[in-house]
Design a protein around this ligand. Structure first.
Ligand SMILES: [Zn+2]
Length: 296
C-alpha cells in the first residue's frame, strides 16, 4: 500500500492505494495556513490511514512549488507559509522514515504515465494548463527532476516565433519575463490575450460559449490557442521527443485542441512523420494524489 497526499493551498487530500492502483481510502481536510498546522494535517491523514489499514510501504506528497536543489527548502510555493521551510526533512524526522516530496505537475505526469493517458509509454510529458502552466517529464515511471529541480518547467519558456500582434496582446508574466507560454495558454492567459485583442472582458468559459455559438472572435481565439500550444509543444518534441503528451488542468477539457493539435504540431516539429500523441488525462483532479502515491 502507498499513501499519496496532494497539498493544496486550501485543501489537503490524501489517498491510500494498493500497488495495483486500486483506491482503498480517501480523505480531504482543510489546509491550515501556517507551517505547524499544515504538518499536523499531513500527519493526521497518515495516522488515520495507517490506524485502519496498517503501515504503508511509501508516502509521497505533491505540492505546487519546488524543493530547492541547493538548500532542500521549499521555494515558489503559492502556499507562501511553506516557502523557506524544510518540509520534507521535518516530516521525515517526525515519522522517522523517508518521505517523497514532488512538484504537483510532476505528480500529474507520473500518475498519467503509470495508469492514465500515458500508460504503456516510455517517455511521457505531462502538461498542466489551468490557472497556471506547468509540466513534468516521466521516463520509465520515474520523474526526471533535473539538476536544478526544474525538469519540465515549460510554462516559463517564451512562445516561439511571436508575431508583433502576439507581442502586443499579452500581459507580462509574474515571473518577470515577457512572452511566457503561461501568459498565452493558461486559462487566465487565454482570456487576457483575447480581451486585449478584442477589447472585451471575457473569462475562458465565456470565450468557449462564444465558440459554440460561432462567434468569429471566439473561433479565432481557439485556433490561436491551439497554435500557441503546438508551438510551445514543438520545443518539447524537438528536445525530449516524448512518446506521448498528456494534457491536464481546466483547459485540457477543450475538445477542439485534440481535433486540431496534430496538424498544428506537424507544422512546427522537426520531423517528416510525427508519432507523438497528444491525449487528455484519465485521472482528472485525482492525478495529484495518485501521482504523489506513485513517487518512490
Ligand atoms: Zn513567466
Amino acid at each position: 500500500m502507498k499513501i499519496g497526499i496532494d497539498l493544496g493551498g486550501t485543501k489537503t487530500e490524501g489517498i491510500l492505494i494498493e500497488s495495483s492502483g486500486k483506491e482503498l481510502k480517501r480523505e480531504r481536510i482543510k489546509t491550515e495556513k501556517n507551517y505547524d498546522g499544515t504538518i499536523n494535517g499531513i500527519l493526521s491523514i497518515i495516522k488515520n490511514f495507517e490506524n485502519s489499514f496498517g503501515v504503508v510501504e511509501s508516502i509521497g506528497i505533491g505540492m505546487p512549488g519546488a524543493i530547492s536543489a541547493d538548500t532542500a527548502l521549499i521555494k515558489n510555493a503559492n502556499s507562501i507559509w511553506l516557502n523557506g521551510k524544510p518540509l520534507k526533512k521535518d516530516l521525515e524526522k517526525i515519522l522517522n522514515r523517508k518521505i517523497n516530496l514532488e512538484n504537483d505537475a510532476n505528480c500529474f505526469a507520473l500518475s498519467e504515465a503509470v495508469d492514465g493517458g500515458g500508460k504503456g509509454f516510455k517517455v511521457v510529458f505531462g502538461v498542466i494548463i489551468g490557472t497556471g502552466t506547468g509540466g513534468g517529464i516521466v521516463i520509465d515511471h520515474k520523474v526526471l527532476q533535473g539538476r536544478n529541480n526544474i525538469g519540465g518547467e515549460w510554462g516559463h519558456v517564451t512562445l516561439p516565433n511571436r508575431s508583433d500582434d502576439e507581442k502586443k496582446y499579452v500581459k507580462h508574466c509574474y515571473c518577470g519575463k515577457n512572452g511566457c507560454m503561461e501568459t498565452y495558454i493558461s486559462g487566465p492567459g487565454f482570456a487576457s490575450t483575447f480581451n486585449l485583442r478584442f477589447n472585451k472582458d471575457y473569462d475562458s468559459h465565456k470565450i468557449l460559449e462564444g465558440f459554440k455559438e460561432n462567434d468569429p472572435d471566439c473561433i479565432f481565439a481557439l485556433e490561436q490557442y491551439t497554435d500557441h500550444l503546438a508551438r510551445g509543444l514543438s520545443l518539447v518534441c524537438n528536445i525530449l521527443d516524448p512518446d506521448v503528451i498528456v494534457l491536464g488542468g481546466g483547459m485540457s477539457n477543450i475538445d477542439f485542441i485534440y481535433e486540431n493539435i496534430d496538424d498544428a504540431l506537424k507544422k512546427y516539429v522537426f520531423t517528416d512523420t510525427l508519432h507523438t500523441k497528444v491525449v487528455k488525462n484519465v485521472h482528472g483532479d485525482s492525478s495529484g494524489v495518485r501521482g504523489a502515491a506513485w513517487l518512490s
